[in-house]
Design a binder for this molecule. Sequence first.
Ligand SMILES: Nc1ncnc2c1ncn2[C@@H]1O[C@H](COP(=O)(O)OP(=O)(O)OP(=O)(O)O)[C@@H](O)[C@H]1O
Ligand SMILES: [Mg+2]
Length: 215
Amino acid sequence: MTILRRGKFITFEGIDGAGKSTHLAWLEHFLQDKGVEVVVTREPGGTALGEALRKLLLDHQQVMHAETEALLMFAARREHLDKVILPALERGAWVISDRFTDASFAYQGGGRGVPAARLEILEQWVQGNFSSDLTLYFDVPVTISRQRVQSARVADRFELEPDLFFERVRQAYLQRASQFPERIKVVDGSLPLAEVKMAMVEAVEEFWLSHAPSR
Ligand SMILES: Nc1ncnc2c1ncn2[C@@H]1O[C@H](COP(=O)(O)OP(=O)(O)OP(=O)(O)O)[C@@H](O)[C@H]1O
Ligand SMILES: [Mg+2]
C-alpha cells in the first residue's frame, strides 16, 4: 500500500471503561491547538458500511463464528482505510481512531481464540505494512472495567462475555504492547483521571516533538 502519509495516525485501545473516550477528547483538542486538522473516528465503524457492520457485530442477538467476526472487522477496516483514514492522512490531517487493528488481535485473537497467524494474513491483505504511528493502550483490570460501565447502558455482544474473556483480551493487549514497544504506549488506566491524563500527555508530547509537521 503506497501512501504519501503526511498526517499521523494515532489509535486508542483498551477494554470497555478503560478511558478511551474520556481521553480521546483531550488529544483532539491538543492537536487542534497545535493547528493541525484532526479527524476522529472509531472501529468497528467510521463509514456508513462500517457502522452497519458495527451494528451486526455488537448486536447481542447475532450468533457468529469467531472467524466471521474477524473477517467482518477487517472488512469494515478495509472500507475505513479507503474512505476515511488514508484520504485524511494524505491531505495532512492527523487521524485519531477509537480502536484499530490491535483490537482485532486482542478481541478476536486473545478473546475468541482466532490464531494470530490468521489475523496477520488479514492484516497484511487489508493494510499491508500500514499501522498506527502511535497507539495509547489504556490498561485496566477487568473488575475496574466492569465497575465503570455497569448500569451505564445495555450490554452489547462483547460486554455479555464473562470476565475470563476480558482477561484474555487484556493479556493479548499487553502481549501486543511488549511486541511493539516503540509504537504502543501502555498507560495505567486504573489511576485517578488526572494521573492517567498526565501519563498520556507525556506520551503524546514526546511523540509530537519528534513528529510535528514542519512549517
Ligand atoms: N481513570 C479514571 N478514573 C475514574 N473514572 C474513570 C477513569 N477513566 C474513565 N473513567 C470513567 O469511566 C467511564 C468509562 O470511561 P470511557 O467512556 O472513557 O471508557 P472507554 O474506554 O471509552 O469505554 P468503551 O470501550 O466502553 O467506550 C466514564 O464514566 C469515565 O468518566
Ligand atoms: Mg468509549
